[in-house]
Design a protein around this ligand. Structure first.
Ligand SMILES: [Zn+2]
Length: 331
């Protein structure tokens, strides 16, 4: 005999079982202090119950069910990431069903934080369901407990499955925000000589270039001179090299603040630091120049999160930082 699949609730009603609509309620008394959970809130209904159906929906036999599986797909849930799943299986001597609730407690205080109804689960079927997002908003350490009421009205016993599962909810990964020079760090304007921002207006950060490329730094014009360029902040020289792609003589300083500072178009032979060398803020590195292309002399100054390599798309506009520093530029 083949019958259409029915959902867990329909089946339970047909069987005359007492069933609750799968929802999650948050315990008023146990709502974490300062939490964003409204105590009367009804949270998400199950989204990923799987594998229900596939067998004949007979009335659940009034036999004891046992919990044979209780797993979490992950024990750490980074807020913002997909919810871990709870995987459950009940077994019984004959086909039966049971109502399942997940109780989520604070691991330290043992206080109930949320109740998540997982609906009616049939025996002999593996069921997977997302852990309620209600707790994703509250980083902490939780303990998950299954409460299974079988068709005899009793709590199902466990057979090989653990009683509890631990789940740690962690803060969302910080969005990849660009670092900024750290407060209090000594920062020094990178060009120590006659300079301007004016003659190279087109070479502001993100100025458009051919081929969809954008200017990735801030140019500091140096008129016809080759003034010294100095370490913007303390750090270690990552490397100095000839950049064939138009950068000419180039060096990168890994600042202690996590930013990689690029100095491009340096005067040939002027670099006085080498890879691995520690430098203080304001220490001379090389002279500005126009190597690498048919340029007006200038320093191309670029800031990226470290490492320099591979982070071109995460470059930071240096201008707001530069313009606030005492500097010798005349506009
Ligand atoms: Zn430039």
């Amino acid at each position: 005999m083949t019958l259409p699949l029915v959902d867990a609730r329909t089946e339970a009603h047909a069987a005359g079982a007492s069933v609750r609509t799968p929802t999650t309620t948050v315990e008023p008394a146990a709502a974490p202090r300062g939490g964003g959970l409204d105590a009367s809130q009804t949270i998400n209904a199950p989204t990923t119950t799987t594998s229900i159906g596939g067998t004949t929906p007979e009335a659940p036999a009034r036999v004891r069910a046992a919990i044979t599986r209780f797993q979490l797909t992950r024990s750490v849930w980074r807020a913002g990431a997909a919810a871990p799943q709870v995987r459950i299986r009940l077994d019984a001597a004959r086909q039966t069903a049971a109502t399942v609730q997940l109780r989520i407690e604070d691991r330290a205080s043992h206080r109930l934080v949320a109740k998540q109804a997982l609906g009616t689960v049939r025996s002999g079927v593996d069921v997977a369901q997302d852990v309620t997002k209600a707790i994703a908003a509250k980083p902490g350490r939780y303990r998950l407990r299954l409460v299974v009421t079988d068709a005899t009205g009793k709590r199902a016993r466990r057979a090989g499955a653990p009683a509890l599962r631990n789940l740690r909810v962690r803060e969302a990964q910080a969005t990849a925000t660009a670092p900024t020079p750290h407060a209090g760090a000594t920062t020094v304007f990178p060009v120590q000589g006659r300079c301007n921002f004016r003659s190279l207006q087109a070479q502001r950060f993100q100025a458009g270039r051919g081929g969809g490329r954008r200017h990735n730094g801030q140019d500091i014009g140096t008129y016809d001179g080759s003034p010294p360029v100095v370490a913007f902040t303390a750090g270690v020289i990552e490397r100095t090299w000839w950049d064939d792609a138009g950068g000419g003589w180039t060096l990168v300083l890994n600042g202690d603040d996590g930013i990689a500072y690029g100095y491009l178009h340096l005067q040939p032979g002027s670099t006085v630091v080498r890879a691995g060398q520690r430098v203080a803020a304001g220490q001379a590195l090389a002279n500005a120049g126009h190597s690498g292309g048919d340029y007006e002399p200038h320093l191309h100054f670029e800031m990226r999160p470290q490492p320099w390599s591979g982070n071109r798309d995460r470059a930071i506009d240096p201008y707001p930082v530069l313009v606030k520093l005492p500097n010798p530029c005349d506009g």
